[in-house]
Design a protein around this ligand. Structure first.
Ligand SMILES: [Zn+2]
Length: 108
């Protein structure tokens, strides 16, 4: 019985936490909700909970998957040159010097 608990119950609780985290909610909170009540309850609660849009957007920006258009404030892909919402020309992303490789010439 304990092996079923470890192999099925706990991973289902992690799934509830993961769903909640993807929606910008507390993964630990939903994990323990699922652990305490039932994984089914935890997963359903995570699925029906509203997304924390600000948290999800901040995460996308911090991971450099998206950036905010300065003209219309919508999120667009990080490497986009033109905003798909307003057509504003976006500044190219500032990459660290290491991202350009070693082929760049050094100016002295
Ligand atoms: Zn825009």
């Amino acid at each position: 019985m304990e092996i079923v608990f470890v192999l099925v119950y706990i991973p289902l609780c992690f799934i509830a936490g993961t769903i909640a985290k993807l929606k910008g909610r507390s993964d630990i909170g939903f994990f323990f909700l699922a652990l305490g009540l039932s994984p089914l309850v935890g997963i359903l609660a995570a699925l029906v909970s509203e997304s924390d849009i600000e948290h999800v957007e901040a995460r996308q920006i911090s991971l450099q998957r998206q950036k905010r258009c300065l003209s219309c404030a919508e999120l667009v892909k990080f490497h986009a040159n033109v905003c798909k919402y307003c057509g504003n020309t976006l500044s190219p992303p500032v990459l660290p010097a290491s991202a350009w490789g070693s082929s760049t010439k050094k100016t002295t």
